[in-house]
Design a protein around this ligand. Structure first.
Ligand code: ATP
Length: 252
């Protein structure tokens, strides 16, 4: 059930996202720290002006091209990703013809079950055919310890290009060390994942996915044209510029 708040409310989108997390928490899909992670993202989004900045738009084009050109692309999802944009992740997997793998930091059988059944319900409602992996991990990500290292051979382990929105820094680094092209979506340009990813899109997850879903896969810029540090610096500059100009803008 979506939030009843009036769509004309200036904070409608933010309220809607919070509501989606509340519903997911009730269903046992989220770790206890999920709302803290979301709050950190919201703060950065506020500073970025709650818009897709030009460098993020370009990074998302480069990312879509890398996924489209990949031999074995995989989309990795955690609790917050399913809660905030489960439909869009499934639609992107369908657009690319690739699997989606549930890969969570605090792995418990109950959370895995809650996430897999939520995704399967969405898949049925949307009427799309996408492989959902994660239920039967048979491999580990080298360099990581414990349950968070678990993954599937036919999914994350053999992926050449991976989309890992809202990923933890250690796991991002371990995946890059395996030689994979790792695409991160993270509103914090200073986070370890943002810095360690191969391509980082500094944008709000659902906004970024809507943008990628509306793009044609033809004529997109290549990875060679992407400058990772410049893209992150552009995001920091956008925050600083916004702060300098923020109070000089007319009051709504
Ligand atoms: P890292 O280990 O990479 O340094 P972290 O410890 O700062 O990450 P986590 O708690 O692992 O952060 O994950 C939350 C990250 O996700 C934060 O960097 C936050 O900015 C980002 N984030 C939260 N919600 C969203 C969202 N809706 N869209 C994009 N990014 C988000």
């Amino acid at each position: 059930m979506e939030h009843a708040a009036d769509p004309s409310h200036p904070r409608y989108r933010s309220l809607l996202m919070r509501h989606r997390l509340e519903v997911a928490a009730e269903k046992g899909m989220l770790a206890d720290s999920a709302l803290i992670a979301h709050g950190r993202g919201e703060a950065y989004d506020y500073l970025l002006g709650e818009r897709t900045i030009p460098s993020a738009h370009i990074a998302s084009q480069v990312a879509l091209r890398a996924l489209h050109d990949a031999e074995h692309p995989v989309l990795s999802v955690n609790g917050n990703v399913v809660a905030l944009a489960g439909d869009e992740m499934l639609q992107l997997a369908e657009k690319l013809g690739c699997p989606l793998e549930v890969n969570i930091f605090y792995r418990t059988p109950e959370r895995m079950e809650a996430l897999l059944s939520d995704l399967n319900e969405r898949k049925e409602r949307l009427g799309i055919d996408v492989d959902i992996l994660g239920a039967a991990p048979d491999a580990t990500i080298p360099g990581l310890k414990g349950p968070r290292a678990k993954c599937e051979t036919k999914g994350i382990l053999s992926a050449d290009v991976l989309l890992v929105p809202l990923e933890d820094g250690d796991r991002c680094e371990a995946l890059v060390a395996m030689g994979k092209t790792v695409i991160v979506i993270d509103l914090n340009p200073l986070s370890r994942s943002a810095r360690r990813g191969s391509i980082t899109i500094v944008d709000e997850l659902s906004r970024c996915l809507e943008n990628m879903l509306s793009m044609s896969t033809e004529g997109l810029p290549s990875l060679e044209s992407y400058d990772h540090n410049k893209s992150l610096q552009d995001a920091l500059d956008a925050i600083v510029e916004g702060m300098k100009n923020g109070l000089s803008e007319p009051k709504e």
